[in-house]
Design a binder for this molecule. Structure first.
Ligand code: GLU
Length: 310
């Protein structure tokens, strides 16, 4: 890290205290019944530097479901398996400007989903994985990328989402009717929902952020986990599409490639410098962790982390 450990610890603690003030403005997601059980006052932030040193404050070891952040992991796998041209022949790479689970938009436009981070795009990505990797393979892949062997499937969240994901099923069948999905729809939905239901912590997300910051290298073993091209693509899509339809504003104000999930997680990548993981299930109206945005902006300003820092 550019600053010493003590200073960094203080900055992370200050970020947490600023984030806590934002919590009353947020609401826990409840459209998946099991998610509504999260504590709205939970908040944690973990920053991991290139040497693996972690600075943490708050609820950094509390498990929560990864939700949409798993879309980053699945995109990594699809890119590793098929390459950039094949993946983006089925899914676009443009921000959508509409809600993550929009269906009207998808029907009106003739072709493919806007990008791999909205539900239609992510389900399409899973459909490109199911014939090559099992859920168990994807779980191992996730554990390796997050440097965390304790990641497991949260069965309650999985069952709760499977019982209420009619909209995702509708999206998937629409995609099948348009020949965007050409494999089994039900298996694609099952893998998508299982990936969303993985339990992670703010610390596991910070580790994953660091692996991406280092271009796909495991900082502990020095082993390459992802191709450099895969990581470059994924980080770019995180910057343009990672915060739902709040991605543009976040890119301008914070400038750190980030992916959020409705479980309250944020995965952030400060290229070559650090990975940041946040947990705070109180969300803003777009579905992003309400306190996380303020905490990341504070870190960006304090440490000069904006991608285009002048
Ligand atoms: N599993 C959630 C869904 O499909 C993910 C949503 C999200 O985190 O954006 O609705």
């Amino acid at each position: 890290m550019a600053v010493d450990y003590e200073t960094m610890n203080k900055i992370v603690k200050k970020a947490l205290s600023l984030g806590k003030k934002e919590l009353p403005k947020g609401r826990v997601a409840d459209y998946i019944p099991e998610l509504a059980k999260a504590r709205p006052d939970a908040l944690g932030i973990c920053v991991v530097g290139p040497d693996g040193t972690a600075c943490k404050a708050g609820d950094t070891n509390l498990p929560f479901s990864i939700q949409s952040i798993s879309k980053v992991i699945s995109l990594c796998m699809a890119l590793e398996l098929h390459g950039v041209d094949a993946v983006f022949s089925r899914v676009g790479m443009e921000p959508s400007g509409v809600a993550f689970n929009s269906i009207v938009e998808l029907d009106l436009q003739s072709g493919k989903p806007h990008n791999p981070f909205i539900n239609s795009g992510a389900i399409t990505v899973e459909s490109m994985i199911i014939d090559y990797r099992s859920f168990e393979d994807m779980l191992e892949f996730t554990r390796a990328l997050c440097l965390d062997q304790d990641i497991t499937l949260n069965r309650q969240v999985f069952n709760s989402e499977m019982a209420t994901c009619d909209r995702n099923r509708a999206i998937a069948y629409l995609l099948k009717s348009k020949n965007v999905i050409t494999t089994n729809v039900d298996s694609s939905i099952e893998l998508y929902t299982k990936m969303c239901s993985l339990n992670v912590t703010a610390e596991s997300l910070a580790n994953f952020g660091l692996v991406l910051a280092l271009g796909g290298i495991d900082p502990r073993s020095g082993k390459r986990l992802l191709k450099a091209g895969t990581v470059q693509t994924v980080k770019t899509i995180m910057l343009t599409c990672g915060m739902y339809d709040g991605s543009g504003q976040f890119a301008v104000e914070v400038g750190i490639p980030t992916k959020s999930g409705v479980g309250g997680g944020l995965l952030s990548v400060v290229d070559k410098r650090m990975g940041i993981g946040v947990y705070g299930p109180a969300l803003d109206e777009k579905g992003n962790c309400v306190a996380g945005k303020v905490m990341l902006k504070y870190l960006a300003d304090k440490l000069g982390l904006h991608l285009f820092q002048g």
